[in-house]
Design a protein around this ligand. Structure first.
Ligand code: ASP
Length: 345
């Protein structure tokens, strides 16, 4: 009897031990971040700038990782990482946001808790230093999901968040990008008028048009959270709101996956990208890689849009597809190993 038992135990070990070893070897990610898919063209990137971007991405990943490691919720990790990127003039969010056509910095942000499906977002604000924290305040301190403009600013002030003069967000490089975009628009209009369509190609400026920052994290309890913050797109007109603050579009998290997008917002809105990723995984059983590729390499470009996204699933598998020249991005594993990238590898 004992011999039979021993054989059964041995057989079970032979089956399950290798499976668990394979699992243990799989890299499990606990946080992914992005700093936008509208990267500086590789031909114009300098070694110093590249180091500056990678250093800031690493700092944001490390901040989130330390919180996750100490047992804090994924919501804290994504908020902390996004705040660091908002405070950096390198990225199109918070300080360093792009300018609207009217020469303002109008900011959008959203955050979502995957376990409870609670969410908060703000749009079109010009005085809140850290829009992501205002989005979190909307989620936690109001009965609403989305607040915009002066109302959102009033609410943020009442919630005790830091309010700054709109000039805080201004950077010369973004101002120059606006002047360039306005000039290109008028050249384009003139070319269209005189039917010189062939010239349109030379005057498209995709570089610098968008940016956005975002983070998705998985905490020790298995909860996912996603956060996105942006200045939107250079030269945006009259109250335009992009995908980032729209729950299910630029930002989404549930108990399967968390997603944060970057790119030409109008096309992400029309494809309801972030929720579509979750739906493909839930209803079609696609992996996080397959679901995100479907959106970024098929659906978004099919309408003429471009950009990328980051996604992390409940098992710690991540995907960071983009169809632009680059996307500032990075990830940290369960063991604290940090990876950061800008262009295709
Ligand atoms: N998706 C953002 C928007 O359209 C822009 C970006 O990703 O930089 O507002």
């Amino acid at each position: 009897m004992n011999a039979i038992l021993a054989r059964i135990v041995l057989a079970l070990c032979l089956i399950f031990v290798p499976i668990s070893l394979i699992r243990a070897q799989e890299t499990k990610y606990v946080m992914v971040i992005h700093g936008g898919a509208g990267t500086i063209l590789q031909s114009q990137m300098t070694a110093e700038r590249e180091v500056a971007y990678k250093t800031k991405l690493t700092e944001a990943l490390n901040a989130g990782y330390q919180l996750l490691k100490s047992g804090k919720p994924s919501l804290d990790a994504v908020e902390a990482a996004v705040r660091i990127l908002e405070d950096s003039p390198l990225f199109n969010a918070g300080k360093g946001a792009v300018f609207t056509h009217d020469g303002k910095n109008e900011l959008d942000a959203a955050i979502m808790d995957g376990t409870t499906l609670r969410a908060g977002s703000i749009a079109g604000v010009t005085t809140i230093k850290n829009p992501i924290s205002a989005a979190r305040a909307v989620m936690e301190k109001s009965e609403h999901v989305m607040m915009v403009g002066p109302g959102a600013e009033k609410f943020a002030k009442e919630a005790g968040l830091e309010i700054v003069d709109p000039s805080y967000f201004r950077t010369q490089s973004r101002w120059d990008a606006l002047q360039k975009a306005i000039k290109e628009d008028s050249l384009k209009a003139a070319a269209e008028k005189s039917n010189r369509k062939g010239q349109l190609f030379g005057i498209q400026n995709k570089d610098n048009k968008f940016g956005t920052v975002g983070a998705v994290a998985l905490d020790q309890k298995g909860n996912l959270a996603a956060a996105t913050s942006t200045g939107g797109m250079t030269n945006k007109k009259y109250g335009r709101v992009g995908d980032a603050p729209l729950i299910g579009v630029g930002t989404y998290a549930n108990d399967i996956v968390g997603v944060s997008c970057t790119g030409w917002g109008e096309f992400f809105i029309r494809n309801v990208v972030a929720h579509e990723v979750a739906a493909l995984m839930a209803y079609k059983g696609l992996s996080v890689e397959a679901a995100t590729q479907e959106l970024i390499f098929k659906k978004v470009p099919a309408l003429g849009g471009d950009g990328g996204l980051i996604a992390l699933d409940k098992n710690g598998r991540m995907a960071m597809p983009f169809n632009t020249e680059g996307m500032y991005r990075g990830a940290v594993t369960q063991d604290g190993k940090i990876e950061v990238y800008i262009y295709k590898n």
